[in-house]
Design a protein around this ligand. Structure first.
Ligand code: TYD
Ligand code: MG
Length: 454
């Protein structure tokens, strides 16, 4: 009698070990090992990709390139994030917290394709046909070209795709799909990997783009996002708070485009709606700005977005003052506060500082530095910043204000939305030709900046 062989597999990164381990040596995560039966690695059939078995290395110059082409879905924000549309044969992982709107977004995308008379297939492993129908009714989606199936068997799904030859496929979600050839549970790393790799081969082979939905959060996850991220061509995340209406679609990996672009959507009763002018959207609730509120033009990829920074500075009731930041890096804020204390002589050592970006947006670029300082100073001194002014610039440890990229684009967006003044690095101002409608106030250091606002 043969003994069943098992091994332990990290559910986060796929690391294999003969014994159970508390912490994975591969990805340093705790308590991620699960026992799985050893399955013999199947060597993928070569002819599936059309390769000869004995491939010889070829000079790059002699390889004939095959332009697979892109297809625009027609939802501008979605196409933008993909890098200008979907590439045939690509596999796209769409991740995000449960309830964030993954199924909603992809059902809308499929509907858009179906309305162009493309036959598309939506595989729902989580919801019954009735549930999907209810969602579709809510989204007012109905088309004879949109085929829906409630199925979790990988073999059956592969079969369906091969016989139907749809234009695109959505698998909702990859964690519910299982192959009967593997003994492990649906959702385990072995299953997720098996299902993804076989779908990947099929996508390349038939040149059909496949969207895989995954319950994946940036830090936590259910199964194997790291493994998946390596395999697929594109990884998109839907971000946002379930308490806020807006959602950001972000590419964190894209073999066919830039990863800087974002798409902005708003969750409404009838589904996700594109936000065509995010600046207006984020500033819509700013009517009578109090002290501590300042607007800054931030770059998201190639697009400027105006955001509102808010600061609250209050005397600290504990020995150690609190520094809480939402939407900006808290460590960066602490550093900027230290620069303010040293270079401006303001005493913030006994003050709690809270910073927030209105609307739940997140900004990671250093151009936000000057805005952070201005908003803290404004609230600390209880002095309202001119509501018609925008602020941007990087700040160094010496208190110098450094130039940032794409200043023209930032100023243009501010002008478009009716802002009359712009506080910016002197170097940026000197390089810029005249701007119509917005006065440029260039500063060398934070001292000069503080003079402008007081
Ligand atoms: P869903 O797409 O099911 O999330 P996911 O697939 O990422 O788990 O979205 C669920 C949430 O979206 C739910 O809280 C209700 C909300 N919603 C709307 O606000 N409007 C709509 O038209 C739809 C379909 C959902
Ligand atoms: Mg869903």
């Amino acid at each position: 009698m043969t003994k069943t062989k098992t091994h332990f597999v990290c559910q986060s990164c796929g690391y294999q070990a003969p014994k159970w381990l508390g912490r994975c040596p591969g990805c340093q995560e705790w308590n991620t090992f699960v026992e799985e039966r050893v399955v013999e690695e199947k060597i993928p059939e070569r002819d599936l990709l059309g390769f000869e078995s004995g491939m010889v290395p070829t000079p790059l110059s002699e390889i004939v390139s095959e332009e697979r082409g892109r297809f625009q879905i027609g939802i501008g924000e979605f196409d933008r994030v993909l890098g200008g549309g979907i590439v045939f044969g690509s596999v796209i992982l769409v991740g995000g917290d449960p309830g964030i709107g993954k199924s909603t977004l992809l059902l809308q995308v499929m509907n858009r394709l179906a309305s162009k008379e493309k036959r598309v297939l939506y595989i729902s492993g989580e919801e019954s046909l009735q549930q999907t129908k209810m969602r579709a009714d809510r989204l007012r989606v109905s088309s004879e070209h949109l085929l829906v199936v409630s199925e979790t068997s990988l073999e059956k799904i592969l079969q369906d795709i091969q016989t139907l030859r749809p234009f695109t496929v959505v698998v909702d979600s990859i964690q519910t799909i299982y192959s009967s050839e593997l003994p492990s549970m649906p959702g385990s790393i072995g299953q997720v990997r098996e299902a993804s790799s076989r779908l990947l081969y099929l996508a390349k082979h038939l040149s059909i783009p496949i969207f895989l939905i995954g319950h994946v959060t940036k830090e936590g996850f259910i199964a194997g996002p790291k493994v998946l991220e390596h395999m697929v061509d594109t990884v998109l995340y839907i971000e946002g708070e379930t308490t806020h209406a807006f959602r950001i679609l972000r590419a964190v990996k894209n073999r066919f485009g830039s990863t800087n672009e974002i798409g902005v959507f708003e969750m409404k009763d009838s589904g996700l709606v594109e936000v065509l002018s995010p600046s207006e959207f984020f500033l819509s609730e700013r009517t009578q700005p109090p002290s501590g509120s300042v607007v800054m033009p931030s770059m998201e990829g190639s697009r400027p977005i105006l955001i509102e920074l808010q600061a609250l500075v209050v005397p600290s009731s504990f020995g150690v003052p609190r520094r809480t930041a939402q939407g900006v890096d808290a460590n960066r804020v602490s550093l900027l506060v230290a620069v303010m204390e040293k270079r401006l002589g303001v005493q913030l050592g006994h003050q709690d500082i809270f910073l927030n970006i209105a609307g739940g947006m997140r900004v990671e670029e250093p151009a936000v530095d000057l805005g952070v300082m201005v908003s803290i100073a404004s609230n600390f001194k209880d002095k309202v910043i001119d509501p018609e002014m925008v602020v941007f610039g990087e700040v160094g440890l010496g208190g110098e204000v450094r130039a940032v990229s794409q200043s023209e684009v930032r100023v243009k967006e501010a002008t478009r939305l009716g802002f009359k003044k712009c506080l910016l690095p002197k170097q940026n101002q000197e390089k810029m030709k005249g701007t119509r409608g917005t006065e440029l106030i260039g500063v060398h250091n934070i001292r000069e900046a503080m003079k402008v606002i007081s």
